[in-house]
Design a protein around this ligand. Structure first.
Ligand code: ZN
Length: 187
């Protein structure tokens, strides 16, 4: 049932459980689940107490929704990444002394920028197309460095630094902007 409490619009679902719960989905839709017999005043009291937090969650979700690419736009982005990234990998592979690697895969991912498997297959997140080129290079150097050090030890970071002396700034950029980039994903 559609309900509104002040500016909060929500779907009220009555359930057999004894708990009152609230969820905001990635489109910013609010769903409140409440026990069948619970009085609406209890629900509204709950909403009133969490008003600020709910509004914040809704606006964050809506911002994310407005950034999201269409399926077609995402396909075009992946295509572009598949053209550009393997060349960059090859460039750095040679720069780093001709490291042996497996396959290079470029696809859209929701949680990682890159990965390197035990057998040297490198996977890169296509969304890095939207990042500064230095950041893409850093992610590639990072994954290639895993061919020499399969961990994040001091020795690993010193390999990264050797080829990417501003890697700390690149990591900072990803921390600060990564969420915005990941939000482009249409899924
Ligand atoms: Zn790593």
């Amino acid at each position: 049932m559609k309900k509104a409490f002040g500016e909060i619009e929500y779907e009220l679902v009555r359930t057999g459980t004894s708990r009152l719960s609230l969820k905001v989905d990635r489109d910013g839709n609010v769903t409140v689940r409440a026990p069948r017999g619970m009085d609406i005043s209890v629900i509204e009291n709950f909403l009133s107490r969490h008003r600020e937090k709910v509004n914040e969650m809704v606006s964050t979700a809506r911002e994310g929704k407005s950034l999201r690419l269409s399926k077609e736009e995402m396909d075009a982005l992946v295509k572009k990444a598949r053209k550009v990234f393997p060349e960059r990998v090859e460039y750095w592979r040679l720069m780093m002394g001709g490291i042996a690697i497996g396959k290079v895969t470029v696809r859209s991912q929701l949680s990682r920028w890159g990965s390197c498997s035990q057998n040297g297959n490198i996977s890169l997140n296509a969304l890095l197309v939207e990042a500064p080129p230095r950041v893409l290079d850093y992610v590639i150097v990072h994954e290639l460095a895993h061919r020499l050090q399969m961990n994040h030890s001091k020795a690993f970071w010193s390999v990264v630094q050797q080829y990417c002396d501003d890697y700390k700034e690149c990591r900072k950029w990803l921390r600060e902007n990564g969420g915005r980039l990941m939000a482009l994903n249409p899924r």
